[in-house]
Design a protein around this ligand. Structure first.
Ligand SMILES: NC(=O)c1ccc[n+]([C@@H]2O[C@H](COP(=O)([O-])OP(=O)(O)OC[C@H]3O[C@@H](n4cnc5c(N)ncnc54)[C@H](OP(=O)(O)O)[C@@H]3O)[C@@H](O)[C@H]2O)c1
Length: 241
């Protein structure tokens, strides 16, 4: 039987490309998407490429959809090996902290933190049976001089802390699930209005780095892992070699 992965927010962007790359390696793809039309269009696209894939309705703003998805997957795909918590929103990327609207921060935390928390809690019992992995898509906690949108960085910092604490807890409680954060680097997508500068990577490269992490045999329990030669890239841009 092939390995099975559930990827949230996989109808476009990095999530869709992770689905494609794992599908090309023979994985069965459960493609999470909140919108039926967009979800089915993505499924159709991957099917034309010969990939085994099904749409799973998941809206991180509607926790009941997470529970319904887990109930169905526990029955139909009890072999689920990997959950990629990819769905995410940017919040207002231009607002300084004082100018940030409370509603915007709350909306960003609802998806990037609360939705993912619910996914981790709900899917761990299924993954536990298969010694599975949970990958949280993220950024380094602190942001940097050039990129520090307040609501987004705040939410991803909380996600990183959550990853660390779930990892420590899985270890001490002997729960056979590995959880870690994966940093794809700056990737030009809808999330950042297709930001274009020398530091940005293609969706194929960004997703490729995450797929490598999913498939490696290394232990990343609780860590936030960045494996895309980011420092080398910065040095190359600055020094030209
Ligand atoms: N792009 C980057 O540079 C970068 C860097 C580091 C980490 N990441 C992380 O990588 C992940 C994917 O980002 P991306 O750049 O590929 O973004 P994207 O192209 O905007 O895709 C985001 C996906 O999340 C889905 N989504 C948003 N809110 C949702 C909700 N409430 N319920 C279910 N799905 C929801 C979107 O669905 P709809 O189509 O329905 O809106 C879409 O499928 C995010 O977690 C992001 O924070 C991205």
């Amino acid at each position: 039987m092939s390995d099975t992965v559930l990827i949230t927010g996989a109808n476009k962007g990095i999530g869709f490309e992770i689905a494609r790359q794992l599908g090309q390696k023979g994985w069965t793809i459960l493609l999470g998407a909140r919108n039926k039309e967009r979800g089915l269009a993505a499924v159709k696209q991957l099917q034309t490429e010969g990939i085994t894939v099904a749409w799973v309705p998941i809206d991180l703003n509607d926790l009941a959809t997470i529970h319904a998805a887990a109930d169905k997957i526990a029955n139909v795909h009890p072999e689920l090996k990997v959950l990629v918590n990819n769905a995410g929103i940017p919040g207002d990327m231009d607002a300084e902290p004082l100018a940030t609207k409370t509603a915007d921060l709350k909306a960003t935390l609802d998806v990037n933190v609360i939705g993912n928390f619910e996914l981790i809690k709900t899917f761990t019992p299924i993954l536990e049976r298969n010694h599975g992995r949970i990958i949280n898509m993220t950024i380094p906690a602190s942001g940097n001089r050039f990129f520090h949108p307040f609501a987004y960085c705040t939410s991803k910092s909380a996600l990183n802390q959550m990853t660390k604490m779930f990892g420590e807890s899985f270890k001490s409680q002997h729960i056979p699930v590995e959880i870690f954060g994966a940093v794809p680097g700056g990737v030009s997508t809808d999330l950042n209005n297709h930001m274009d500068n020398r530091f940005m990577r293609s969706v194929e490269d960004g997703a490729g780095s995450v797929v490598k992490l999913i498939l490696d045999n290394h232990h990343h329990q609780g860590k936030t892992v960045m494996r895309f030669g980011g420092l080398k890239l910065v040095k190359k841009v600055i020094t030209g070699h």
